[in-house]
Design a protein around this ligand. Structure first.
Ligand code: C5P
Length: 230
């Protein structure tokens, strides 16, 4: 089984390239950012205060714990239909709202929350090696901020996908046309950098700077890295 770990900052195109890479090889696809976004969405829905000044990390941890242990959360690892559910409701679009984007770092900065999600992510990755897997043991592409370093540091392929800040901001602003909302990617990266290290590659991690590459080119480079590992 091949595990592909991809980390990188906001707006670099991780999700779309990771999804296409998984489809190309028939692997499962795990969007760990979607898991943090679902937690923020759930907390907001429960009326939990996520204001930086007044946030109660204990309450956020309890709320996220209940989301997972109470079986409210579900995610599909099929790269052709990567959906996220809360109590059976498809929240895949709702978790991309600008409200969620601007609050997600408050939730992902809470260390006990990270521990719950890291354990869940490792379980999804381990499941791909079992008979219960989506990809029948072929592999999984997992993307986020701490996959190459914390969640799966022993992955067969480890990549840091990055691009210059102005390029990433322009890509995100372009997506805003589709209703995702304009956001300050640098501000989110700064907040996320407090607890995860994704701006420079860890030892053994291949950096791909796609500032001057289009989508197909980035995908080709990733396909080449996976083929080398197979
Ligand atoms: O990848 P995406 O931009 O959807 O991630 C949303 C947020 O989830 C990030 O800004 C970060 O706060 C959090 N995240 C994280 N660790 C990961 C993946 C995402 O903290 N592995």
């Amino acid at each position: 089984m091949i595990r592909v770990a991809i980390d990188g900052p906001a707006g670099v195109g991780k999700s779309s390239t990771a999804k296409s890479l998984a489809k190309y090889f028939g692997y499962a696809y795990l969007d760990t950012g979607a898991m943090y976004r679902a937690c923020a969405w759930w907390c907001m829905k429960q009326g939990i205060d996520l204001d930086a000044e007044t946030i109660d990390e204990r309450i956020v941890t309890e709320t996220v714990g209940e989301f997972f242990t109470g079986d409210h959360f579900d995610i599909s690892v099929d790269p052709s239909a990567p959906k996220v559910y809360a109590d059976g409701e498809d929240i895949s679009e709702a978790i991309r709202s600008s409200e969620v984007s601007s609050h997600v770092s408050k939730v992902s900065n809470v260390i006990p929350v990270r521990n719950v999600l890291i354990a869940a992510q490792r379980a999804y990755i381990a499941r791909e090696a079992s008979a219960d897997s989506f990809s029948e043991g072929l592999g999984i592409v997992a993307e986020g901020r701490d996959i190459t370093t914390v969640v799966a540091p022993d992955a067969e392929v480890r990549v840091l996908l990055t691009a210059r800040e102005e390029v990433r901001q322009a890509r995100r602003t372009g997506q805003a046309v589709k209703g995702v909302g304009v956001e300050d990617v640098a501000a989110r990266d700064k907040a996320d950098s407090k607890v995860t290290s994704f701006m420079t590659a860890a030892d053994g991690v291949t950096t791909i700077d796609n500032s001057d590459m289009d989508f197909e080119h980035t995908l080709d480079v990733l396909i080449g890295l996976v083929e080398e590992a197979i």
